[in-house]
Design a protein around this ligand. Sequence first.
Ligand code: HEM
Length: 308
Amino acid sequence: MNPDSQNVTDYTNNNTIFMVWAFKDNLDASPVFRRVCKLLINLNNSANVRFPVSRASCVMGIGHNAWLRLGLPVPLPKELENFVPIAGVKHTAVSTKGDLHFHIRADTTSICYDMAAAIADVLSPVATSTDEIHGFRYWDSRSILGFVDGTENPHGQDRELFGMIGDDDAFYKGGSYLFVQKYIHNLTAWKALSTEQQENVIGRYKSNDIEMPDDVKPSNSHIALANVGDDFKIVRDNMPFGNMSTNEMGTYFIAYASKFSTAQKMLNNMFIGSPEGNYDRILDFSTAKTGSLYFVPTFNMIDDFSSN
Ligand code: HEM
């Protein structure tokens, strides 16, 4: 892995906190942003020294508006823009605001909690936390829908190839596009399906996680539509979450990509459909409540940001 890169190629861990922060209006957020950059480097280095086996890390992504407001380098990373909603006949991939996104991973909740608290302490005077999700490893890496999530992710060297910017945007090499969506599932409707019907929604068998043969897999199944070709992959780190009191059971979808356009192809297929109208059946049980795009700079850039 590129030693300067943030931890975008690692696998999911047992515990995750996702945090979205929005800067308050009419103030200069730059001094606090510089402190956050220093803190991010500190937190990652400290976790490596104190808990070397916990695979703890915190990845920061910066949204398009924040990039401009903070006066970060121009030209911008080629594909950094505000996410444009994708509206299909029945379901919409909404676009929601976010200036900074934090993806905190560790094998214990304590590390995640402390990292999140340290970031909140610094950011609170100038920013509001607009979303916070605590995700957990569910059994053998299953989504809350009960299917193993992550199997067809890129593995080995391919994680860097598909997860990080390469030579085609030399200035931002080693960075990554981060796209996130918070989905809430209608588990009542989902559980009313038989296992066979659920398998037809996903395109894989539930208990053994084996892909259906192409002549059996429905064309509106999730994996039939999300697979846009061997040359177009993203690194997914989805985590399930659940809250009984609010009845919010969900999937925090998170992807790191060398090209955001790859994630966009997948979203088009899922929401608009291929052919148009043949949309992803998983959406009948999953509503995208948020959607935003960020850029994940290398630690070298973050170090520069911390002192400029
Ligand atoms: C509703 C939230 C979602 C859930 C619960 C979900 C769950 C799953 C599951 C269970 C699989 C099969 C195992 C695997 O290979 O990982 C899968 C595959 C995949 N998903 Fe999703 N997913 C969701 C949203 C998305 C979104 C929004 C995208 C893209 C923007 C996406 C892209 C993919 C891709 C590329 C694959 C692998 C397809 C293949 O090559 O077989 N997923 N997902």
